[in-house]
Design a binder for this molecule. Sequence first.
Ligand code: GLN
Length: 497
Amino acid sequence: MSAVGTPFGQMSIRQIQCGLAQKEFSCREMTEAVVGAIEGADESVHAFLEVTGDAARKAADAIDARVAAGTLGEAGILAGVPMGYKDNMNLEGTHTTCSSNMLASYVSPYTATCVAKTLSAGAVPVGKLNMDEFAFGSSTETSAFGPTHNPWDADRVPGGSSGGSAAAVAAGMVPVTLGSDTGGSIRQPASFCGVVGVKPTYGMVSRYGIVAFGSSLDQVGPFSRTVEDAAYVMNAIAGHDPLDCTSQPCTTDFTACLDAGVAGMKVGIIPAFMEADGLAPEVRSKLEEAAAKLEEAGAELHEVDLPNAKAAISAYYVLGPCEAFSNLARFDSVRYGYSDPGHKDLGSQYEASRAKGFGPEARRRIMLGSYLLSAGVYEQYYYPAQQVRTLITQDYTNAFQKVDCLLAPAAPRTAFKFGEIAEPAEMYLSDMFTISINIAGNGGMSMPVGLGADSSLPVGAQLMSPAFKDENMLRVAAELERIYGVAQVAPDFRAGE
Ligand code: GLN
């Protein structure tokens, strides 16, 4: 076992809470082990950018006080659970860098609602996780602070942009983390690292306090090894927040459906996705196998057409950069962010600060967005992209009149090697199966279905839900978990081996 994984990081939420209740270990003891292991040995994975040992110890001591008082049951559904947060999420007193030199010294003056909800549910915050710069990317290679390595193979990327969040769970450092997904950034790294990753329906989870990329597309969700753990985290973070006017009330208990099985459920298969150019044969055959096994378990399979989904990547790479261009305008080097010294006029200060503070992919997105929104160009790209968005949304609405859940690949292939995909346009294809769900706003998740026959690396099946019926995909995921077994920590990191 590599020292970075601890037996505690490899437990499920229920196992942790049983251990605490039965006084097999204290929360402080567990926290010291988890924090110590990450501080001592995370270089090989580089999942964490900052370890928040003091905040973790304080939260752990509060849980131990509950145990001593016999009130652990009132501490919340995430009581004692060590958690990590993607570094675009504000947590008061921690650096929130978005893996960018632009925000390298920025310290959060407040806490994002999703993070605050996990803390009030009893979670122990152990640190902030590496990501692609400002969440632009699919490999975590655009982080200004160096990439995260895939725990299954250190020469390979963990996926992105929430690569640190996926790798920390796959390496058994922590049982659950939060990530964010604008075009696939939870589902694609979950697929590459062999863990569960859930992008809830847009509006299910508050975006307040998350550094915005594409405000109409961004959504926060959990990474975990078990479906039940993901459901617990969903229970903690979902719901209306007065600080995010797009968030919606939610009273669903996401754990309630997990034992229901799939008998009688209608599961849709999208033939155009299964026949897509670029889908690796080992991924296709895993998906076919998963579909057949769900059918054996009682699900009804239906073919579903999403005629406009093929335009999703093109629409996204108009809408996403336009929203990013607008959101990143606030980094003006005056109020916060990197400020290049020694300039006599504001114009040259802006230019030099933004040129040096942002990395190449962030600059590319800003340039693209500014061009696409300029007079004369806007009508040719932004407006039609919004029309395509409506068509894709209608495709999903029609599909979900026929089926309860869709099954598709999460990523076209298993994890690739560092540097293997150098062309931005090729990298953008990593999200060919995930992006349309962000455009429509529905829930989507990646569920591990074993290892690819050719690469021996994890393959993720994507499940997609009708809007605000995310329990449907969790129910199917729970069945896949019964079929394939609970997601395993990557071999080199397994405790006790
Ligand atoms: N890979 C996509 C992009 O680069 C999606 C990223 C994301 O979901 N944050 O934009």
